[in-house]
Write a protein that binds this ligand. Structure first.
Ligand SMILES: [Zn+2]
Length: 426
C-alpha cells in the first residue's frame, strides 16, 4: 500500500476543523521547485473568531494565502489556504483563527520551531542557508520562539542568582557592557535576564523584570565588588546573603599580577635586559592556577619564580591566596585573610596592595562565601560567562543588540518551547 503525504501530515499534526485537501509537487523543467499543501475548512465546522476563539458564523472568504512549512525531502514546502472571515457577535467581522500560524507572518508555527531548534546548533546564517530561507526569517522565528519561552517560563524555584557584567564587541563604550542575571541554584543554572550597560538602573530594571516575588524569595546573591551592583542588591534583596564569587576575586588577583608583569617587562625592556622578552611570554603560565600548569611550562614557571623579580613575588601572593578557599572554619579563614592582607600591604607592590585594601573593605561579603558553600553552585557564574562569550563572539551575524539578546536567551535561557506537544521535526 502506498503511504500518502496526507496520511503522514494527519498523523503528525491534525488541525481540528481543517483537512489536508491535496499535495502537489511543482516543477521547473525536470527539477522540483516546491511542494504545495492545500488545506480546506471542514464543511460542518464553523470558523473561530481570531480574537476570542469562539465559533462564529461565516462572513466571506479572503484570497488564498501561503505559509512556509518545514521542507520535505529538501524541497521548499508551503501551506495554502483561503481564510474565511467570520462574524463574531462580540468582535464583528474578523479573520478566522488559523491554528498552524500565529500573527501576520507567512510562516507556519512548525517551521518557526524547526528553524529555532536548528539555530541553536548552527549559526543563524548557516541555518538560513541550509533551509533555503533568509537570515531575517531565522531571526524572526527565534525571536518568536524566545518571546514565547520567556512568557511561559517558571521562576518559582529561583533561590540563588549571580549578577555579572560582560563586555561585548570591540569598543569600550558604556553600551558595550551587558549586565546579566543568572540562576545559579544547584538544581538549575540558566540565564534569567540580560540588559545593556552596567549601571544601577540596569540592574534595577533586571530585578524588576524578574518580579518582586522572585527577588524577595532569594536566599543568595553572588556578584563582583562592582559598586552599582552592591548598592542595588543591598536595597532590593537585602534579605539574601550576599556572596562575593571566588572567580571574581581570583580574576582581580590575576589582573593585578598581570599589571605587575607588564610594568616590569616594560622596565626591563627599557634597560635592555633579555629577561623582558621571557616575561612577555609567561603571561598565561602566571595567570593559570599553579596545579594546572604542567610539564615544560611548569619548569619555565619554576625558573622565573626563583628569580628576584617583582612579578615572582606578586605571583607568590596570588598563589598563597588560593588557601583561603580551602578553609572549613569561618574563623580560620578570617585569620588567614588578615595574614594575607597584612603581607600584601607590606609587599610594596602597588597593584597587590590595592587588591588587599579592596578585600579588607569587603571582608564581610567575602566571608559569606563560607556560609553559602554547597548552597550555590560554585563556578556557575564563570561557566555561564564563558558560554555567553561563545555566543557573542561566534559570528551569528548579529546586526543589532536586540538580535544578540535573543540569541543569548535562546542558547542559555533553558526556556520552555512552544508546541512541545506537537510533532518535533528535528
Ligand atoms: Zn470574538
Amino acid at each position: 500500500m502506498q503511504l500518502e503525504v496526507k496520511t503522514i501530515l494527519n498523523c503528525i499534526q491534525r488541525f481540528v476543523g481543517f483537512v489536508y485537501q491535496e499535495v502537489r509537487l511543482r516543477r521547473r523543467g525536470e527539477r522540483p521547485q516546491r511542494i504545495e499543501i492545500r488545506l480546506a475548512a471542514h464543511s460542518n465546522i464553523r470558523g473561530q473568531c481570531s480574537e476570542c476563539r469562539r465559533p462564529a458564523p461565516g462572513y466571506d472568504r479572503l484570497p488564498e494565502r501561503w505559509w512556509l512549512f518545514v521542507p520535505l525531502w529538501g524541497i521548499k514546502t508551503y501551506f495554502l489556504y483561503a481564510p474565511r472571515r467570520v462574524q463574531c457577535p462580540e468582535h464583528g467581522v474578523v479573520v478566522e483563527h488559523i491554528p498552524w500560524s500565529e500573527g501576520k507572518r507567512p510562516i507556519t508555527t512548525a517551521m518557526r520551531c524547526f528553524l529555532s531548534r536548528w539555530a541553536r546548533r548552527l549559526s543563524w546564517r548557516e541555518t538560513a542557508r541550509v533551509f533555503h530561507t533568509s537570515w531575517e526569517c531565522v531571526y524572526r522565528s527565534v525571536e518568536w520562539f524566545v518571546r514565547w519561552g520567556l512568557a511561559h517560563r517558571k521562576l518559582a524555584r529561583v533561590r540563588s542568582i549571580g549578577v555579572d557584567e560582560i563586555h561585548w564587541g570591540k569598543s569600550k563604550r558604556a553600551d558595550n557592557f551587558l549586565t546579566v542575571i543568572y540562576q545559579i541554584d544547584s538544581h538549575c543554572r540558566r540565564l534569567l535576564w540580560v540588559g545593556k550597560r552596567r549601571t544601577q538602573a540596569t540592574l534595577r530594571r533586571g530585578l524588576a523584570a524578574l518580579g518582586t516575588e522572585v527577588v524577595q524569595g532569594l536566599r543568595f546573591v553572588c556578584s563582583d565588588m562592582w559598586r552599582p551592583y552592591l548598592n542595588v542588591l543591598a536595597t532590593k534583596a537585602g534579605q539574601a546573603l550576599h556572596v562575593l564569587d571566588r572567580f571574581h576575586i581570583t580574576s582581580h588577583l590575576n589582573q593585578a599580577l598581570d599589571q605587575v608583569r607588564r610594568a616590569e617587562s616594560g622596565q626591563l625592556r627599557a634597560a635592555g635586559s633579555a629577561t623582558a622578552q621571557r616575561l612577555k611570554n609567561m603571561r598565561w603560565k602566571l595567570l593559570k592556577r599553579y596545579s594546572r600548569v604542567r610539564g615544560k611550562a611548569r619548569r619555565e614557571l619554576g625558573r622565573l619564580l626563583n628569580t628576584k623579580l617583582t612579578t615572582a613575588r606578586a605571583w607568590a601572593l596570588k598563589d598563597l591566596f588560593e588557601h583561603f578557599w580551602t578553609y572549613k572554619s569561618v574563623r580560620h579563614a578570617g585569620l588567614f585573610l588578615d595574614f594575607w592582607t597584612w603581607r600584601a600591604l607590606r609587599s610594596r607592590i602597588e597593584p597587590m596592595r590595592k587588591v588587599a585594601r579592596m578585600l579588607r573593605s569587603h571582608e564581610k561579603l567575602l566571608m559569606n562565601w563560607f556560609k553559602a558553600k554547597g548552597e550555590i553552585s560554585s563556578g556557575a557564574v564563570e561557566g555561564l560567562n564563558n558560554k555567553i562569550r561563545v555566543v557573542t563572539r561566534r559570528s551569528y551575524g548579529f546586526r543589532t543588540y536586540d538580535a544578540m539578546e535573543i540569541a543569548l536567551y535562546h542558547t542559555l535561557g533553558k526556556l520552555p518551547e512552544p508546541g512541545e506537544f506537537t510533532h518535533r521535526f528535528c
